[in-house]
Design a protein around this ligand. Structure first.
Ligand SMILES: Nc1ncnc2c1ncn2[C@@H]1O[C@H](COP(=O)(O)OP(=O)(O)OP(=O)(O)O)[C@@H](O)[C@H]1O
Ligand SMILES: [Mg+2]
Length: 296
């Protein structure tokens, strides 16, 4: 691919320029992007930039537009306002396959796995390795087992037995297998829709660890969550959606966990709710716990 016969100095110069361009151009970028479903405006004026080796967290309450946003990026829906760019070029995907071809992989909460099939088989689901010439081509079981094992280990995921049905793994472990799978199949951007929503504290920690592992391997991660604590543990950038618009977009250095929690909770709304609760219960407002503490 590179200029094999070029002058050495020229080659170095070109590489440097490319590197700078690669660092500056987000892999995925939304500019004033919006989406309407008929008369319903689910998303409006959203800006987002996903860079390699960074975790971009998208937070928001129920109905805030989080899923709508990732459906645009993952090729399920098309935006109706603004721009959607991949590597700096405006795109409009018609199918998730087109997003995948650009290296945008999505791990949905209801993971598309076959519970009774072994772990290694699920790892290669839809992309099975084969060997031998047609018409005697058959599944390369050994290679699939070996590769799945290696890739899981590379991510630091140790499972006792890859023959066990994936349905016997914990929810957290299944999320981890899905992350390792996306990494193996060359994802550049990994979208995770509420991967910790149904998990306990310990399992959430495990999933967060592999989000960090994917980031360290250079992937740009979009982490959807309504838990500011989880977001703050791994996030480089935080975007808070509220009723379809972006209420906050901040780098890690610009926002504290407390501020993030307050944004998520809708500080003023919670304060109003607290007053109502105090009236109902006939107690003084000060006797109720702090508004920010309620949301966690
Ligand atoms: N296919 C659709 N047709 C019509 N309206 C939709 C459709 N999908 C979503 N909406 C609306 O768009 C808004 C945003 O929904 P979205 O699913 O993106 O929110 P969310 O942040 O993912 O919420 P949750 O936390 O509940 O998953 C909601 O008001 C929802 O009712
Ligand atoms: Mg959703």
């Amino acid at each position: 691919m590179g200029p094999a016969h070029g002058h050495p100095e020229v080659t170095t110069l070109m590489t440097t320029t490319n590197d700078i361009a690669a660092e500056d151009t987000p892999v995925v970028e939304l500019k004033a992007t919006g989406k309407s479903y008929g008369n319903i405006r689910a998303l409006h004026g959203v800006d987002l930039a996903v860079r390699p080796g960074q975790v971009t967290c998208v937070l928001g309450d129920n109905g805030a537009g989080k899923s709508t946003l990732i459906k645009i990026v993952s090729g399920l829906h098309q935006h109706t306002e603004g721009e959607f760019l991949v590597d700096g070029t405006p795109v409009r995907f018609s199918t998730p396959r087109e997003a995948l071809d650009k290296g945008i992989a999505t791990v949905y909460q209801d993971l598309a796995t076959v519970p009774l099939m072994p772990v290694w088989r699920n790892f290669f689901l839809g992309s099975e390795l084969t060997k031998g010439p047609w018409p005697v081509r058959r599944l390369d079981i050994e290679k699939m087992k070996k590769t799945a094992d290696e890739e899981l280990r590379n991510m630091g995921i140790v499972l006792d037995d890859l023959e066990q049905p994936i349905g016997t793994l914990s929810g957290g472990q299944r999320q981890c297998v899905a992350i390792a799978r996306a990494v193996h199949f060359g994802a550049r951007v990994l979208i995770l829709d509420e991967p910790t929503a149904a998990l306990g504290v310990k399992q959430s920690g495990v999933v967060l660890k592999y989000i960090a592992a994917a980031r360290d391997r250079g992937l740009g991660v979009i982490f959807i969550t309504h838990n500011p604590h989880h977001a703050y543990m791994v996030g480089d950038h935080f975007s808070v959606l509220r009723l379809g618009t972006m209420e906050l977009s901040a780098e890690r250095s610009q926002v504290s966990l407390e501020e993030l929690t307050n944004h998520m909770a809708g500080g003023t709304e919670l304060a109003a709710l607290k007053h109502e609760l105090a009236q109902v219960r006939g107690v003084d407002v000060e006797e109720l716990p702090d508004a920010a503490a309620v949301s966690s």
